[in-house]
Each structure stands twice: as structure tokens, then as C-alpha cells.
Design a protein around this ligand. Structure first.
Ligand SMILES: Nc1ncnc2c1ncn2[C@@H]1O[C@H](COP(=O)(O)OP(=O)(O)OP(=O)(O)O)[C@@H](O)[C@H]1O
Ligand SMILES: [Mg+2]
Length: 342
């Protein structure tokens, strides 16, 4: 049995179905991300695991033990919120001690756990401060340390980095991952930031409209999404309809390219920018309509007849001006979506 087993978990608020019956298995030590647009049910899912929202149906098991009827404090699960949710009237140290006191953890063990969390979250200089004397990033570190000292079996994160600026978000993302690897706690992370999900997760659960759309590793979901929704939600893509025969597809502008799946008839392709390179050519089928220099790469917008595609080439190349006619050079077999991309 997996470390966390969720079966048929659902939640309705009056007429709104926040989450349709959902199954999920998470292995010990895994880092799983729930990724989906605003309002798709991510927070509701986490809140039911934590025990602060009552499920409409379903069962939750942690290490084989049924926990969905236990109050939050009996579940051995900790949650880190977007808003940090620190106790404003307590110092940093007071915040770290609070849960341990409630749980009547012995004094010397409290001290050991706090020392450890303070060290790995880099909080030594702030223990006497109150939360309002800290920056957002520092407050989030305190929230994280407060979760870790409880030595939970499961750590839940609800968009913990989304109130921080881009640079700090990236730094904390790395710290968080590093911490996950050292502490090894099974983690469920919620975000609507696809880069964050790809960079951090062992597996991503793509959610839309209260349903799990697809589950896979970041590379599986990015390179070979099954659904149009995943293809579009995770990274940039151009969806192009082609005519397939075996593992070859004829594109609307006449070019025949290899595909990653054998099929007959019309198919929808999810073409990532890095699937094509470009080469200037008077006879080429495409025109450069825009170029973005991103440092490490150049991202071209191209039009081939009435179709738009993107191509990403190394940033060292010189930038082709708009209006340049180019050939599209496939660098990998193009990905065919399932069910015609439905
Ligand atoms: N207490 C509530 N009462 C009524 N409806 C609710 C309640 N909480 C959530 N909902 C509804 O349930 C759906 C899912 O909400 P949820 O907060 O889980 O979404 P989310 O994926 O976390 O979104 P976001 O990315 O914006 O945080 C939404 O339609 C929301 O309006
Ligand atoms: Mg939410």
C-alpha cells in the first residue's frame, strides 16, 4: 500500500462541485504537485487531507491508517499556507514552540527539533523577532520550520511561494526542494505555476474543473501529454492538425515529418518550441513574424500559411529579423495527442 491513499474523495458546496470523486496514491518520500487553474479544487483537496474541510465522500489513509474521521491535530499532517498564517503575537521562537507544547513534546526534545529546523531553514538570527518584523520570504521560512518541527508524516503546501517576487520564489523553491530531499517527508504541493511544478515534482497531478485530468512525471507530461488541456497548461505549445500515416505526418503546409505514435488519418499534434529549428531559405514554408531574445534562447513566432508555430533556437545564434522566410527543421518526432486531442 502507498504511503498516502485517497479513494473517492469529493466535496460539494451546495450546488458547486469543488472536487469530483478522486483517487490518488502517493509513495513514501514522494514530492507531488497538484497543478491547475484557479478554482479547480486544489485547496479543497489539501484542506480535506488536513482535516479543516469535511469531505462529502471518500476515504483517506496514511501509512494504512484511516484518518478522514480524525481531527486535524490527530492526523500528523502539517500544512504551509500562502498567507504564512503565523501567530502575530508570538516571536519566531514562540511560533516554533507552539505546536510542540500543544502536543506535550518533552522539553529537551522540543529544543533538539527546534535547533534542527532553525539550522536548515536559516532562522538563527530572527528567533526573538515578531512576524511583522520579517520579510515575506523570512516569514515563509518560519512557517516551514514550524511545520517541520512537528515531524509530520505528510507535508502539505498551498501555494507557499506565490506572495513572493520572482527571484525570491526561485531561491526558496530550491531551498524547499533541498529540504525535502534532506528531511524526506512525503509532500503534496499546490500551485498554478507550471514552472514551479515542473522544477520541483516527482509527479504532477493536473487538475481541471474538479477532476484529475492526467498524472505523470514532469517529462512525461511535458513531452507526451495525453490531453489537449495538459499540453496547453504545461509550457508553450502549438496545436496543429496533420494527416498521419504510420509514424509519418503531413503538416498543413505540406512538410512530412516523423511522429512519436503510429496513427491513420487526422491527428492533433502538440508542437513544443524546441521541436523545430529554423533555417533561412527562400523556398521555406514559414515567415518569421516575431523574435524574442531570452538570453539562453531565441523564441521565434512563425506563420506557415494560416498556421502559427513557435521555434526556440540557442541564444548564441544571430537573431533573424521579422519577415525572414525559413525552413522548419524538425529536431525530434512530433507528439501526437490521444483521441484526436479531446
Ligand atoms: N467554503 C466554500 N463555500 C462555497 N464554495 C467554495 C468554498 N470553498 C471553495 N469553494 C468553491 O470550490 C471551488 C474550488 O475552490 P478551491 O479553493 O479548492 O480552488 P483552487 O484550485 O484552490 O483555486 P485557487 O488557485 O484560486 O486557489 C471553487 O469554485 C470555489 O468557489
Ligand atoms: Mg487555492
Amino acid at each position: 500500500m502507498a504511503h498516502l491513499e485517497v479513494q473517492g474523495l469529493s466535496k460539494s458546496f451546495d450546488k458547486t462541485v469543488a472536487l469530483h470523486p478522486t483517487d490518488l496514491s502517493v509513495e513514501q518520500g514522494e514530492f507531488i504537485t497538484l497543478l491547475g487553474p484557479s478554482g479547480c479544487g486544489k485547496s479543497t483537496f489539501l484542506r480535506m487531507l488536513m482535516g479543516i474541510t469535511l469531505p462529502t465522500s471518500g476515504e483517506i489513509r496514511l501509512s494504512g491508517r484511516r484518518v478522514d474521521r480524525d481531527p486535524p491535530e490527530r492526523r500528523n499532517i502539517s500544512m504551509v499556507f500562502q498567507s504564512y498564517a503565523l501567530f502575530p503575537h508570538l516571536t519566531v521562537l514562540g511560533n516554533l514552540k507552539f505546536g510542540l507544547r500543544m502536543k506535550r513534546v518533552a522539553r529537551n526534545e522540543q529544543q533538539q527539533r527546534i535547533d534542527h529546523a532553525v539550522r536548515i531553514c536559516n532562522l538563527g538570527a530572527y528567533l526573538d523577532r515578531s512576524p511583522k518584523e520579517l520579510s515575506g520570504g523570512q516569514q515563509q521560512r518560519v512557517a516551514l520550520a514550524r511545520a517541520i518541527v512537528m515531524q509530520p508524516e505528510l507535508l502539505l503546501f498551498d501555494e507557499p511561494l506565490s506572495n513572493l517576487d520572482a527571484k525570491l520564489r526561485e531561491t526558496l523553491r530550491e531551498e524547499l526542494l533541498d529540504l525535502h530531499q534532506r528531511v524526506g517527508t512525503t509532500s503534496l504541493y499546490v500551485t498554478h505555476d507550471q514552472d514551479e511544478a515542473m522544477a520541483m515534482s516527482d509527479r504532477i497531478v493536473v487538475v481541471n474543473d474538479g477532476r484529475v485530468v492526467e498524472i505523470g512525471t514532469p517529462t512525461e507530461l511535458y513531452r507526451a501529454p495525453k490531453t489537449l488541456f495538459t499540453a496547453r497548461f504545461l509550457g508553450n505549445t502549438s496545436i496543429i492538425r496533420g494527416l498521419s500515416s504510420g509514424c509519418e505526418v503531413r503538416l498543413p503546409w505540406g512538410q512530412v515529418v516523423k511522429s512519436d505514435r503510429s496513427a491513420e488519418g487526422e491527428v492533433d499534434l502538440s508542437i513544443r518550441p524546441e521541436d523545430f529549428s529554423v533555417r533561412p531559405s527562400e523556398q521555406g514554408p514559414a515567415l518569421v513574424t516575431g523574435a524574442q531574445f531570452l538570453g539562453a534562447s531565441i523564441r521565434y513566432r512563425l506563420s506557415a500559411g494560416e498556421h502559427q508555430v513557435m521555434a526556440s533556437v540557442p541564444g548564441r545564434d544571430s537573431v533573424l529579423p521579422a519577415g525572414t522566410r525559413v525552413e522548419l527543421v524538425p529536431l525530434a518526432p512530433l507528439h501526437v495527442l490521444e483521441n484526436g486531442g479531446a
